[in-house]
Design a protein around this ligand. Structure first.
Ligand SMILES: [Zn+2]
Length: 458
């Protein structure tokens, strides 16, 4: 066990001891110790323990105990199964849609309980829209392991005064596309909007009225998909009012919006208020939030499903050494070896930072060294030096890279993962370089996330 991991667990245990020494009531202490094993799981996941957000039994929502689900948002996350990593070439002339595979096809099982598809992603191009319209969403993403939820992608029209859709049209869209769940048309209340008393109330009313119309038309229309009403608000009271309205309308499934970027403390305060109006049958989805360290608290406050692509996307969007996650809660930096035929390097050559020939030599040597290292044919220092030689030419914070890359290479996490992707592509999964490596690493991260999610939700 590394020093970092030891420290994390020690901090968690120390907090439990401190909590007991502070003279908490015996009932509270018992409840806390019952949750200790669950909490220790959390501590391994994010390197901290959220005791501040621990929910005592008397504050648990009435629906606690309903099954908990994880949905992955879908944005054409596919990779070429026959990608040639050595030549760095996809299969030429392939149709990416029919040839490339989704994560659930690569793994032969899904690392999620369901999929969330926003209307805005289907409408990215006319070709895609026509393709999806000619089949069901299940057939389009070749997914039959669970439900697919549809929503309108409220972030895409946040700046517009009104959502650009009508309820009747959206009901028909969900039905025609074969969604299992359809979300009512909402309007986000975030940032400055949440600070404007008139505007936030106006959006609150739009969301509520749309949900009312959505449920009423769904009820009369004989639709096969199940409706989900969205609650929007700006503080605990407004969210609570919004949820109470949806329950009164007759919804059995609701979702809370606008909280994806809210601090954990704010979300918990809102959920504490909301849980008071959650009946025992209600399924509640939390949009854009799937924080593993808060999962026990979210569940106890009545949340039954979540969606987030943060583990997937941190494979290529995170620059703080969190590109590759492992089941023991650790994370590693991917090793950047940008392609010389990519924009970054071309621009540097134009700026006179080096000749293309030099870039190509250093790129080739870095890749070769990494592959030799993976096979046990090269030493760590020698490999790291080749990687950093290219890195120095590219620029960036090399001191940090040296430290992060050394740790990644020393611990070789891909060798002990055991997932299909790490077994199939080896060290390529940890190389930060274009879609076929980066997205595979994202798929691996989703695999890890889902395993941890399931462990916490047991
Ligand atoms: Zn893996």
């Amino acid at each position: 066990m590394s020093q970092t991991k030891t420290a994390v667990v020690s901090i968690a245990n120390e907090k439990i001891v401190n909590g007991e020494q502070k003279g908490l009531s015996p009932e509270y202490q018992t409840e806390r110790s019952e949750c200790r094993s669950e909490d220790n799981k959390e501590s391994r996941l994010k390197g901290k323990n959220e005791f501040d957000f621990w929910i005592p039994d008397k504050e648990v929502a009435k629906n606690y105990g309903l099954p908990v689900k994880y949905f992955i948002p879908e944005w054409d996350d596919r990779v070429d199964p026959d990608y040639n990593f050595i030549a760095d070439e996809p299969v030429m002339g392939r149709d990416p849609y029919t040839h490339d595979l989704y994560a659930h096809e690569i793994y032969g099982m899904s690392n999620y309980d369901g999929v969330l598809i926003s209307k805005v992603t289907i409408e990215e191009s006319q070709t895609k829209r026509e393709k999806v319209s000619s089949m069901s969403v299940h057939d389009f993403i070749r997914f039959s392991d669970g439900p697919i939820m549809g929503d309108c992608g409220a972030f895409s029209y946040i700046k517009q005064p009104e959502p650009p859709y009508q309820t009747v049209e959206i009901l028909d869209y969900y039905e025609k596309m074969g969604f299992d769940y359809g979300v009512s048309i909402d309007h986000l209340i975030v940032g400055d909007i949440a600070l404007d008393p008139d505007e936030r109330k106006r959006r609150f009313n739009i969301t509520r009225d749309n949900a009312n119309e959505f449920y009423s038309l769904w009820n009369k229309g004989g639709y096969k998909f199940k409706p989900i009403g969205v609650a929007q608000g700006w503080d605990p009271q407004s969210f609570c009012e919004s949820v109470a309205c949806l329950v009164d309308m007759g919804y059995e499934r609701i979702a809370l919006g606008s909280l994806a970027r809210a601090p954990s403390k704010v979300i918990i305060e809102i959920l504490k208020e909301v849980r008071e109006v959650i009946p025992d049958y209600l399924k509640v989805h939390l949009f854009g939030v799937a924080r593993l360290d808060l999962l026990p608290a979210f569940r106890r406050l009545g949340m039954t499903s979540f969606d987030s692509a943060s583990y997937l996307r941190s494979a290529w969007l995170n620059s703080n050494g969190k590109n590759y996650f492992t089941l023991d809660g650790s994370h590693y930096s991917a090793i950047r070896v940008p392609p010389t035929d990519g924009r970054t390097v071309k621009k540097m050559v134009e700026q006179g930072r080096g000749s293309m020939e030099l870039f190509k030599i250093l790129e080739g040597e870095a890749l070769k060294a990494l592959r030799r290292y993976d096979k046990g044919l090269a030493a760590l220092d020698e490999t790291l030096e080749k990687v950093l030689a290219y890195d120095r030419l590219i620029g960036g914070d090399r001191g940090r890279h040296a430290e992060m890359y050394r740790r990644t290479l020393e611990e070789q996490p891909w060798k002990s993962c055991g997932c299909k992707i790490c077994e199939d592509v080896g060290i390529e999964v940890i190389i930060f370089r274009r879609n076929n490596r980066n997205r595979r690493r994202g798929f691996h991260n989703t695999y890890v996330f889902y395993k941890l999610f399931q462990e916490i939700c047991k």
